[in-house]
Design a binder for this molecule. Structure first.
Ligand SMILES: Cc1ncc(COP(=O)(O)O)c(C=O)c1O
Length: 414
């Protein structure tokens, strides 16, 4: 049997996998327009508004509201629905912290529902169990590029009169039964941070077909300043300045015109890898729901430690030593085990909004709250995906994983 690279054997791959993003002359051209215009702010500019219109058109919705980050795009969605303080918002425990920070800034209470252990999407049954008389919304996080099981979530939200917000930050152009991520709920939110399927460095956009929510979202991202009206500035309600600049808008616009192609390339990489890895005993490629098209922000997998005698960490270290970067655990622990929630360490020395008299109950976050999510985070191995991977790159990833899997199936000692 071939010796593992981690034990001094030959590496499967000697050169680095592509990591540069598809950014070039198209982005430069749009950016140069902005520089020569002398107007870098979206007010009076053309690029951000063109980006919003084209994004909405691509997704087949009526409105897009650009902002400064994915975190901001979620805050804009919450600003649009305008929840009462101390309302509960149900979401998933595996995500970037940006998924829940806006909940706290709106003085609302995040409530965590567990995930499906194989697809990592929100478990609709657990969502329904977590609904109380205080619940106003559900935020469905489409993790790694795969949509949550949206039909049951939509049904539950409709039956209970809840808003459904989609956090599609990692799932640009992912599909669920012919519908695009971000278009199924009341509002869809996207991150344009560097690693996402399309990027302008940092940025975000919130989409909706609801005219009233769109109007409030637009105002919320611009200090509730009703532009174009005569008289004083209005400042209609408490709101943020989350305006995207024309510089970001220019790059986002050029990226938007490429994103279908980028996602198609990533999907080919991910789907090919899944096909190849499904033949490797003890390796579990991601389970894809029927009718879902993944858009592969990352490639997630797990190993069956009854067959492969290694921990996920040992396995990932050995794959990395073969020249294929593999990580474990994504955020390592569920969001509720970070201090902001576990210790309710929020504003100053207070525990607002958790100890607010308006919230006349106590919520405690603790280990064991979402057992599936905790198990997933213990077992998860992720491989980066890039639109420039060639068939040879994909084959090298497959060869590295199958070499390590074979080794630990047959020789459990590294
Ligand atoms: C699922 C998810 N939601 C929200 C965010 C926050 O986005 P940003 O980093 O652009 O603020 C991220 C970022 O990684 C994310 O992956």
């Amino acid at each position: 049997m071939e010796e593992l690279a981690i034990n001094g054997g030959p590496r499967i791959r000697l050169k680095e996998l592509p990591s540069r993003r598809d950014i070039g002359s198209e982005e430069m051209k749009e950016l140069v327009d902005v520089i020569w215009s002398g107007n870098l702010n979206r007010v009076g500019g053309t690029k951000v508004s063109a980006f919003e219109k084209e994004f909405a058109m691509l997704y087949g919705v009526k409105h897009g509201v650009a902002s400064t980050s994915g975190t901001a795009s979620i805050h804009v969605a919450l600003g649009a629905i305008n929840p009462e303080p101390c309302s509960e918002i149900i979401t998933g425990p595996i995500s970037d912290i940006g998924s829940i920070v806006p909940i706290l800034w709106q003085n609302c209470i995040p409530v965590f529902a567990d995930v499906d252990p194989e697809t990592y999407g929100l478990d609709p049954e657990d969502v329904e169990r977590k609904i109380t008389d205080r619940t106003v919304a559900v935020i469905a996080i489409h993790l790694f590029g795969q949509c949550c099981d949206m039909d049951p979530l939509l049904k539950i939200c409709r039956e209970h009169g809840l808003y459904l917000i989609e956090d599609a930050s990692q799932a640009h152009l992912a599909e669920y039964k012919g519908r695009l991520a971000g278009t199924m709920g009341d509002l869809g939110c996207f991150s344009l941070q560097q690693s996402k399927q399309m990027t302008c460095g940092d940025g975000g956009i919130t989409i909706t077909s609801n005219d009233e929510l769109a109007e409030r979202a637009r105002l919320f991202a611009d200090k509730a300043w009703p532009r174009g009206q005569a008289g004083d500035r209005g400042y209609l309600f408490l709101a943020m300045n989350y305006r995207m600049t024309e510089l970001q808008g220019a790059v986002a616009l050029a990226q938007l015109r490429k994103v279908q192609d980028i996602v198609a390339r990533r999907r080919r990489v991910g789907d090919t890898l899944t096909k190849l890895l499904s033949e490797v005993e003890g390796v579990n490629p991601p389970k894809i729901l029927p009718g879902v098209k993944h858009s592969y922000w990352l490639y997630p997998l797990t190993i069956d430690t009854g067959i492969i005698k290694a921990t996920p960490e040992e396995f990932a270290r050995a794959v990395s030593a073969e020249g294929i970067p593999a990580s474990t655990g994504y955020i390592k622990r569920p969001l509720y085990m970070f201090s902001i929630l576990k210790d309710q360490a929020t504003y100053g020395s207070s525990h607002c909004p958790f100890d607010c008299p308006r919230y006349n109950r106590r919520i405690q976050y603790k280990e064991g709250d979402c057992p599936n999510a905790e198990k997933v985070l213990r077992e998860l191995i992720t491989i980066p995906v890039n639109e420039f991977y060639t068939d040879e790159d994909v084959n090298d990833i497959f060869r590295a994983i199958s070499k390590v899997a074979r080794y630990y199936r047959e020789n459990p000692k590294a």
